[in-house]
Ligand binder design. Structure first.
Ligand SMILES: C[C@](O)(CO)[C@H](O)COP(=O)(O)OP(=O)(O)OC[C@H]1O[C@@H](n2ccc(N)nc2=O)[C@H](O)[C@@H]1O
Ligand SMILES: Nc1ncnc2c1ncn2[C@@H]1O[C@H](COP(=O)(O)OP(=O)(O)OP(=O)(O)O)[C@@H](O)[C@H]1O
Length: 336
């Protein structure tokens, strides 16, 4: 008996924080923050299909291969930096188990995850994988992609996860969004209008920084800055003003934990990346560029510079990516 089976494919995008301010330290140990995030076209690759048996089967490794990814960072394939859980602690498994429980789904899921987005980079890799897993499962199980339960499941998995769903309670769906202002712990979202012509060069220095440790070393300023000016610059497509407003309050604690970041930012600045800063809790740094050509030129300047850290770093030109990421469905014959 030949039956057909549907496979959902998504490319979970990473993110950069253009602005990140600490507003207050909360009683639950988290922080109220004010941040502006933009999704970028540096993506993982996820496939999800339903299975008869309950539970989540996950095959996950670095891409295009573990050896090639390790070589791009100048490390061995057995380096702990490459450790990615394939059990229930992987956020894809967490997301699909929570989805199956909430919607009382019969059977389970089988997934493959090809990792291109570095971990511990401040680029939201795992969080984005979780959001894409929810979007894929929703499509396979005929749940509307802007179902509010997806937002609450995402919020329970991590502060960055709801952003990658591309919708929020009062903005049910934003087909054209690439950026959002996030407040609260990062789960209260206001997606920004306009498609800013966003180009940047990202440097991942091969350092896995723990988000919790960076936050633990941070301090809330007496008078927190507001993201108002950078939101206005984004919606009015004002590159000069946007560049002036870049700020990340987690930069100091991250640089204390990983002093190499100082050297990287300094050498990016010397190579002409005058708008460079850390993203999220680090360790990745990025420089804003006005055009794709400027970004590619800066990338090649950084690559050809004499920086010792280059041999353990990935340098990449990126552009904005659309939220929510597109879920495509492939139908294949399933032979009993
Ligand atoms: C740094 C950012 O990536 C900026 O977008 C996010 O604020 C962090 O988002 P995330 O990695 O999804 O963080 P979570 O997995 O939710 O939390 C990891 C740890 O970071 C700290 N944390 C996180 C978010 C937040 N608003 N305040 C915090 O203090 C907490 O110690 C928490 O236990
Ligand atoms: N799908 C996943 N991809 C990568 N790492 C994962 C995943 N699921 C769980 N992890 C674990 O989470 C750790 C942090 O991964 P990552 O930095 O990508 O998370 P994030 O919080 O979404 O992003 P960041 O905090 O860097 O902005 C990894 O080192 C790994 O141990």
């Amino acid at each position: 008996m030949i039956d057909v089976q549907r496979i959902a494919t998504v490319n979970p995008p990473a993110k950069l924080n253009l602005f990140l301010e600490l507003v207050a330290r909360r009683k639950d140990g988290y922080h109220d923050i004010d941040t502006v995030m933009v999704a970028i076209d540096w993506c993982d690759h996820l496939t999800v299909r339903r299975t008869r048996d309950p539970g989540v089967l996950l095959k996950c490794d670095w891409a295009p291969s573990r050896a090639e990814y390790a070589a791009s960072l100048g490390i061995s394939s057995s380096d702990p930096l490459l450790d990615i859980p394939t059990d229930d602690s992987n956020l894809v498994c967490k997301a699909l188990n929570a989805f199956a429980d909430h919607f009382d789904i019969e059977g389970g899921f089988a997934c493959t995850l090809d990792k291109y987005v570095p971990a511990g980079a401040g680029m939201g890799g795992a969080s984005s994988d979780a959001a894409s897993a929810l979007l894929a499962a929703a499509r396979l199980c005929d749940v509307p992609e802007n179902h509010q339960a997806l937002v609450s499941i995402a919020s329970a998995i991590g502060s960055d996860v709801p952003f990658f769903l591309g919708c929020s309670s009062d903005q049910p769906s934003n087909r054209s969004a690439t950026a959002a202002k996030a407040t609260g712990t990062g789960t209260d979202l206001e997606f920004l209008r306009n498609r800013f012509p966003f180009h940047a060069v990202v440097v991942f220095p091969g350092i896995n920084l723990s988000t919790a440790k960076v936050y633990a070393q941070s301090s809330v300023p007496p008078i927190p800055l507001s993201s108002g000016a950078i939101v206005d610059a984004w919606t009015s497509l004002d590159f000069q003003e946007l560049s002036k407003q870049l700020m990340n309050r987690l930069s100091d604690p991250a640089r204390k934990l990983a002093p190499q970041i100082d050297e990287i930012l300094e050498s990016m600045w010397r190579n002409g990346a005058i708008t460079c800063q850390l993203t999220g809790s680090g360790s990745a740094c990025f420089a804003l560029c006005q055009t794709k050509g400027d970004a590619e030129a800066l990338e090649s300047t950084i690559r050809s510079s004499e920086n010792a850290w280059l041999e353990n770093a990935i340098v990449r030109t990126v552009a904005a990516a659309q939220l929510p990421p597109r879920v495509s469905i492939q139908t294949i014959p399933e032979i009993d």
